[in-house]
Design a protein around this ligand. Structure first.
Ligand code: DX5
Ligand code: ZN
Length: 225
């Protein structure tokens, strides 16, 4: 059975009470904390940096922190986020001049490494560095903002990525998580899982719901179907 992970995006959390809100969303049954880092350069929005990640660790958050870098360049922030307690660090290949070197930097810092593909970036781009990946993240919206609509063409990309990751696993035993980010809701999560995703980022669908547990339980019920 697939080991599904639900990853609330703290972009949609109550930022004035972040520690409490992250604790609350984990207690409601989520698995990992999705941490969206935006620099007003790679994407037209600005969020939070390594100090906030460090503060969450100091506050007592022990769950894996999944740092999604939407910044350019990436290397300095890879080091800072690794030191701040990140578990996964993922970045967009367009944002690094030397993708293999940046992935190696994440690995050398003891974190799990991943690449993020925008809706218009082909899956093939990851082939030369597959052996370095713990995570492949497909964007199902253009990055920069929460609350956007899921782009349906992403389902075909997920199927293509799933085939690639399964072939890699058959060849080397390597297990790479396939994460989806953008517009995920209880109504589309089953189709997304059937297309091959095993890790689901959701911001507005969880933090905007009447109760976090209600939204997370609804997602898990769809995944169990
Ligand atoms: C967009 C971010 C997403 C976003 C997801 O650039 O990477 O993580 O916050 O938000 P929803 O689930 O609201 O689409
Ligand atoms: Zn994200």
């Amino acid at each position: 059975m697939t080991d599904y992970l639900i990853a609330p995006s703290i972009l949609s959390a109550d930022l004035a009470r972040l520690g409490d809100d992250v604790e609350k969303v984990l207690a409601a049954g989520s698995d990992i904390v999705h941490f969206d880092v935006m620099d007003n350069h790679y994407v037209p929005n600005l969020t939070f940096g390594p100090m906030v990640c460090k503060a969450l660790r100091k506050y007592g958050i022990t769950a894996p922190i999944d740092v999604h870098l939407m910044v350019e360049p990436v290397d300095d922030l890879i080091v800072q986020f690794a030191d701040a307690g990140a578990t996964y660090i993922t970045f967009h290949p367009e944002a690094s001049k030397h993708v293999d070197r940046s992935l190696q930097l994440i690995i050398d810092k003891g974190c799990k490494a991943g690449l993020v593909l925008n809706p218009a970036t082909p899956v093939d781009i990851v082939k030369p560095v597959l052996h370095k990946l713990d995570m492949l993240l497909l964007m199902s919206v253009n990055p920069g903002f929460g609350g956007q609509k899921f782009i349906p063409q992403t389902l075909d990309k997920l199927r293509e990525a799933r085939a690639l990751l399964d072939a890699q696993s058959a060849k080397s035993g390597q297990k790479i998580r396939l994460e989806i980010d953008g517009g995920v809701t209880p109504s589309n999560i089953a189709d997304i899982a059937r297309a091959g995703a095993d890790t689901f980022v959701a911001g507005s669908a969880i933090f905007g719901a009447p109760t976090y547990a209600g939204a997370i339980d609804a997602m898990r019920a769809e995944l169990a179907k």
